[in-house]
Design a binder for this molecule. Structure first.
Ligand code: SF4
Ligand code: SF4
Length: 342
């Protein structure tokens, strides 16, 4: 049986998205990294460990995702993984574009890293490489196969945009063949490089996905993929009239940490100096007002405040000027999976 559920926000589980550097070997068209806002430095291991300790002090279950840039470009990533493990982080994920620098797969063990999470933005080479750069499709596929062959659990992240949503029906056989454990679909957001002028379009095509296209495509394809035993997660994006809106900044415990010390609670705020806290002398302290926390409190008919501010094109109004639907928090996810016994 296939089961779909909305993953409820929880304050009892802390998720740390730790960008240990912003350097990357690729230049993906939709990259959300913004060095002007996030810094260009590579954090030394001593600082990574100190910042991990700052998050390790509460008693909640804690998950860490190491990201960049490309985190495997950091020569001390294996030591950072070891620090996180020693500090009691329950789940450790390494996000990667697949290039797997510094021979990372031989420097950590499957028992130390819960997932290697790869990024691919096309079901075929031509589409992916137009978005992520020449050679990135083949490298990513080879990286997944190598990680699987060495006993690591793998997941894949696919950022849906108008440049690739036409071929999502080709993903299920590819994912089955790759043998991944989890599949994450994201929707393109106007931040980082995709918010800059001509990058919002590829070949004169607007990158954002239309509501009807999203709803007619993603849940259906996610179900097909789940039938192979792969757990699929995708953002809810549009809320029906009976569904409650909640801002994760108020009701969840997520931290998006950047190498210049800024710590955000909301990904959509990351293009601005709206971080709610910041590391100073390796201590996490509240940031000056006005910051994202002030925005989280605003209650508007359109749902997510940041969505209305930075990507209002995905809203629609009736003749009376009322929004036709709410936009969900970008962190609200649907999870679809095959359950045991079926
Ligand atoms: S999206 Fe990831 S792989 Fe692509 S340029 Fe940005 S950090 Fe690098
Ligand atoms: S995406 Fe919107 S709803 Fe979610 S944390 Fe940010 S401001 Fe709040």
């Amino acid at each position: 049986m296939i089961q779909t559920k909305t993953v409820a926000f929880s304050k009892n589980c802390t998720n740390i998205f730790f960008h240990i550097l912003t350097k990357c070997n690729l230049k993906c068209r939709h990259c959300y990294i913004n060095p002007g806002q996030h810094g260009k430095n590579t954090l030394p291991l001593s600082v990574i460990t100190a910042w991990l300790k700052a998050f390790a002090q509460d008693s909640h279950s804690k998950n860490i995702i190491f990201l960049g840039g490309e985190p495997t470009l950091h020569p001390d990533l294996p030591a950072a993984v070891e620090s996180a493990r020693n500090l009691g982080f329950g789940s450790i994920t390494i996000d990667t574009n697949g290039y797997l620098f510094h021979d990372i797969l031989s420097k950590v063990k499957p028992g130390e890293v819960d997932y290697f999470s790869f990024s691919l933005d096309g079901a075929i080479r031509e589409t992916n490489d137009r978005i992520r750069g020449a050679g990135s499709f083949d490298t990513c596929i080879a990286g997944i196969r190598k990680a699987n062959s060495m006993g690591f659990a793998t997941s894949l992240i696919f950022t849906a945009s108008s440049a690739n949503i036409h071929e999502v029906d080709r993903l299920p056989p590819l994912l089955k063949d790759l043998g991944i454990d989890r599949f994450f679909i994201q929707i393109i957001g106007l931040r980082g490089r995709s918010a800059q002028g001509n990058q919002t379009r590829i070949r004169d095509q607007k990158l954002q996905v239309e509501k009807s296209q999203w709803l007619n495509t993603i849940p259906r394809v996610a179900r097909r993929i789940a039938e192979f035993g792969i757990t699929v997660t995708y953002p809810k994006v549009f809320l029906g009239p009976a569904e409650n809106f909640e801002c994760a900044g108020l009701v969840a415990d997520n931290y998006f940490v950047f190498p210049n010390g800024r710590v955000y609670r909301c990904p959509l705020c990351e293009d601005f100096a709206l971080h709610s806290s910041i590391f100073k002398n390796n201590r996490l302290v509240p940031a000056e007002k006005l910051n994202e926390r002030d925005l989280f409190q605003l209650n508007i008919a359109e749902g997510c405040v940041m969505n209305k501010l930075i990507q209002p094109d995905n809203l629609s109004y009736d003749s009376a000027g009322e929004p036709e639907y709410k936009i969900a928090c970008c962190l609200l996810k649907e999870e679809i999976r095959r359950v045991l016994g079926s």
